[in-house]
Write a protein that binds this ligand. Structure first.
Ligand code: FAD
Length: 360
């Protein structure tokens, strides 16, 4: 019997596991694949996300960006510059394998189970039946990403929305010349990105149109448009698409908590999810530790309370996405203003959340 079982070893799962282990809990962490593994993600971590790591991840940071290029149209762009770092670039296969290793070094037990067959919650614990056996724990954290099987098994109703994003690595000459870039010149409601990663760049498309899946052809076209026709398909490596879940967390279980994308805790404006995954994983860990000490309230109730501030942030992003993509020209005009640079870029670089930038 473990104190806590966690399904999913992405940023949400490993963040929860690390804090639980630090507090002396026994932790089982299950993933469906061995690490390192590829995860569809551009691997950009904002300063507020970096601050959350409980260990030094500098060995998996490939580049730091102090400026962001915003492309309004094919011909018009502007630069947001800061003295401080605005974004840290990593590759998710490196970051996630590194984090899982930290969890294992702390004493976490890692198992690969390809299939979760059943999950039973009782008043004293949770039983997880998998293809490699059955495990018991006092609590379970579902951290298995946007297509969460745990969520589908435990919660029947649907209360989240899915955005889509598609990414690929591109080998370019002189990758060091590229800046981090958000390109809003496309026709879809969303943007393309170029993220420099040391020896290559990562490009991608993000869309807030929940019903329209992105096509890989769109990424080829973008690569050709930006890097020249000779780019061709062979220069685009490991194209990966995946949904990003945004929604409102309203699960009612006492001993099964959900964190990160499994809980719909990503923001809708730009699709940032790593910060929210780590923060919610850490909050889930805190809620479990508090509930096991003070048995008056369930971990589920304590967790709901802890998530309130984050949910307020996510609502702001949701509203922001609604208006930003409805009136992109006006919105980009505002983003290019010196007031925006002064307030938002400074706040972001200082690691502030959106509520703190706006209201404090
Ligand atoms: C193309 C793309 C680009 C993105 N770029 C960024 C970015 O630059 N910055 C940013 O902040 N966010 C980005 N995001 C969002 C970010 O990737 C997610 O929000 C983040 O990964 C969520 O972390 P998580 O731990 O909740 O889930 P995940 O990272 O998805 O991890 C879930 C884990 O669960 C495992 N798993 C899944 N199913 C099972 C199962 N049945 N049994 C056991 N294990 C299972 C998976 O193997 C995986 O290891 C991007 C997303 C996409 C799709």
């Amino acid at each position: 019997m473990f104190d806590v079982a966690i399904i999913g070893a992405g940023p949400a799962g490993t963040a929860a596991a690390f804090d639980l282990l630090t507090a002396g809990a026994s932790v089982l962490i299950i993933d469906k694949v061995a690490f390192p593994r590829k995860k569809a993600c551009a691997g950009g971590i904002t300063p507020k996300g970096i601050q959350l790591f409980q260990y030094d991840i500098s060995s998996v940071i490939r580049r730091v960006c102090r400026s962001v290029k915003i492309r309004k149209t094919n011909k018009q762009s502007f630069l947001i510059q800061s003295d401080n770092i605005l974004c840290y670039m990593t590759k998710r296969e490196d970051l996630d394998a590194f984090s899982l290793n930290e969890v294992i070094k702390k004493g976490g037990q890692f198992k690969i189970a390809k299939k979760i067959h059943q999950i039973h919650e009782t008043s004293t614990g949770v039983q997880i039946v998998t293809d490699i056996g059955s495990f018991k724990a006092s609590y379970l954290i579902g951290a298995d990403g946007a297509n969460s099987r745990v969520r589908r098994m435990v919660i029947k109703k649907r209360m989240w929305q899915q955005q889509w994003a598609l990414e690929a690595d591109v080998l370019v000459d002189h990758p060091e010349q590229y800046k981090m870039e958000f390109d809003f010149s496309g026709k879809h409601k969303g943007y393309h990105w170029i993220f420099p990663k040391g020896d290559h760049v990562n490009i991608g498309i993000y869309s807030i149109e929940t019903r329209k899946k992105l096509r890989t052809q769109q990424l080829f076209e973008y690569a050709n448009h930006r890097f020249g026709t000779q780019m061709g398909t062979q220069s685009l490596r490991a194209i990966k698409g995946y949904p990003i879940c945004t929604g409102r967390y309203s699960f009612e279980n006492k001993r099964i908590l959900f964190a990160g994308d499994a809980a719909g805790l990503a923001e809708r404006l730009l699709g940032e999810g790593i910060y929210f995954a780590i923060k919610s994983g850490q909050d889930a860990a805190k809620a479990i530790l508090e509930a096991s000490k003070n048995r008056l309230e369930s971990a589920g109730i304590i967790y709901h309370r802890k998530l309130k501030t984050m949910q307020r942030d996510l609502s702001i992003y949701n509203l922001g996405a609604h208006w930003f993509y409805r009136f992109p020209n006006l919105s980009l005009k505002m983003v290019s203003s010196s007031f925006f640079h002064w307030r938002f870029a400074r706040g972001y670089a200082a690691g502030k959340t959106i509520s703190r930038i706006l209201f404090k």
